[in-house]
Design a protein around this ligand. Structure first.
Ligand code: ADP
Ligand code: MG
Length: 479
């Protein structure tokens, strides 16, 4: 510190005081505390990964463990030579799609897909309404794409379909599984405990749609298998979308809770359901905003890892942090707005827009705040603070995703010397600017650069459609 008596010192002090930047000291401290609460340094990432690893082991050894580690009953990986036309249904959370996948061999395939929006009214309430909606969409798809001829020319007179159902099911065979619990905003209580393939097949029969559902597939398993069709070194499929989850290749001998036949040799794909990790919040560094979000969600104390990472929640965490900062006088001159106080009014996609804005005046940030939060006028400082906050929340999500991938690679004991591929899909991975780089950088922090160089984290294209079709093809070949 310069002595106050020196002229230079006085000038420096005056200059410092004249700095416009941050608001008053108290608000300033509250802001930096909020920002810091979202940081996860490397050692903390390591600690979380270690805990996650042991939860994977626990899930493989007993039913009902927090991370479910669900056997998929999909044993075989594609050879790249499978051929034929197969249907796939993708019920993921935000979007619902019906696809026709033409497998052409040599790892090549074509997909024709139609998207449907599931009405909110069908997402909650009686399951019959949900499955009727789905069956109706399949009926419409078969009609639109003139697939009756394909059905008629098949040995059974029916089309063969794989059903990607991205909720935790207790799988009993490749084509049977009972829903354990809903997530991602769905809540049809009468479906819990029921075989979802049965429900779908019955709904299809009501409409006389000639489709046979031969495989029930989680989107993570589909992503793994679809990517392996092109890239045989694929060992993991990971989703970063509405929710988050991953599947991987496990040695059957390690699945100690597995008592089925064939005898446990070889491998099976395991759907981890890692979104449920640490729902007690033992190692995850939850902020007050995470806790608030969890408390008001329709699945409190569940899917806590997912709530820190995925598209359904990141915007809402951000909104809660923004409200806190406004109330503390650190943003927007302390003025709240109605949308700012509305639960889920701030979408994760807005974070992408904010992060993509590199203009000096942060014009797009201002636009998002004006258009979606009714905060009409903001200072540049406001916009900078908002952007940094969003960066922090997005970065935390990317780093925690890397922790999950790292823990699962460790569980497989790879990579040793051969390169491996991790296939990732979902809108957060695909559309959030910088997410991919941050995730890869965090993996390097966790594994060291040499080992990380053997891990290729790649975008899986349409895994939840193609994967289900491929698994349907593999099942079909066994008969
Ligand atoms: P699903 O997981 O249902 O199969 P997606 O992978 O498309 O579907 O993920 C949808 C989620 O992605 C939504 O929660 C949404 O908030 C989020 N999302 C959509 N667009 C963007 C975007 N541009 N940036 C970040 N997240 C997005
Ligand atoms: Mg999806």
């Amino acid at each position: 510190m310069a002595s106050p008596s020196s002229a230079a010192g006085a000038a420096a002090t005056a200059a410092a005081v004249a700095q416009p930047a941050l608001p008053t000291t108290n608000a300033d401290k509250i802001y930096s505390d909020v920002l810091a609460s979202f940081q996860i340094p490397r050692d903390k990432m390591r600690l979380i990964a270690t805990h996650m690893y042991s939860e994977f082991v626990r899930g493989l050894s007993a039913d009902g463990a927090p991370i479910r580690m669900i056997p998929s009953y999909a044993y075989a990986m594609p050879t790249s030579h499978e051929t034929g036309v197969y249907l796939a249904l993708d019920l993921g959370g935000t979007n619902f799609r019906v696809c026709a996948v033409t497998l052409k061999g040599k790892g090549q395939f074509d997909v024709v897909a139609d998207k449907f929006t599931i009405p909110d009214s069908a997402k909650v309430g009686p399951g019959a309404a949900l499955f009727d909606f789905i069956a109706g969409a399949v009926e419409q798809f078969v009609h639109t794409h003139d697939l009756s001829a394909v059905a008629a020319s098949s040995a059974t007179g029916e089309l063969t379909m794989g059903f990607t159902f991205s909720f935790p099911v207790k799988q009993e065979s490749v084509a049977r599984g009972a829903l354990m619990y809903w997530a991602k905003g769905f809540d049809c209580p009468d479906v819990v405990g029921q075989d979802v393939v049965d429900l779908l097949q019955v709904a299809l029969a009501r409409r006389a749609v000639k489709v046979r559902v031969v495989a029930l597939v989680n989107d993570t398993v589909g992503t793994l298998v679809a990517h392996a069709y092109k890239a045989p070194a694929t060992v993991m499929g990971c989703i970063l979308g509405t929710g988050t989850n991953a599947a991987y290749i496990e040695q059957l001998a390690q699945v100690t809770k597995y008592r089925g036949t064939p005898t446990p040799t070889g491998t099976m794909l395991i759907n981890t359901e890692w979104g449920a990790f640490d729902s007690e919040g033992k190692v995850l560094p939850l902020t007050q905003f995470d806790r608030e979000l969890d408390a008001m969600s329709n699945n409190g104390k569940q899917q806590v890892f997912e709530k820190l990472i995925s598209g359904m929640y990141l915007g809402e965490i951000t909104r809660r942090a923004l409200v806190h900062l406004v109330e503390a006088g650190a943003l927007f001159g302390g003025k709240l707005s109605t949308p700012l106080q509305t639960v889920y009014a701030f979408e994760t996609a807005y974070m992408s827009t904010i992060e993509a804005d590199t203009s000096p005046a942060l014009t797009a940030v201002g636009q998002v705040l004006a258009d979606h939060l009714a905060v009409a006028s903001t200072t540049l400082t406001d916009r900078q603070l908002v952007k940094s906050l969003v960066q922090q929340i997005g970065t935390r999500a990317a780093r925690l995703s890397a922790v999950g991938i790292f823990a699962l690679l460790e569980k497989m004991g790879v990579p040793e010397s051969k390169p491996v591929v991790v296939a990732v899909d979902g809108s957060v991975w695909l559309k959030y600017p910088g997410f991919q780089d941050r995730l890869r950088a965090a993996l390097r922090e966790l594994m060291g650069p040499e080992k990380a160089a053997l891990v290729s984290v790649e975008t899986a294209h349409d895994g939840s459609g193609t994967g289900a079709a491929l698994i349907a093809a593999l099942v079909d070949k066994q008969h």
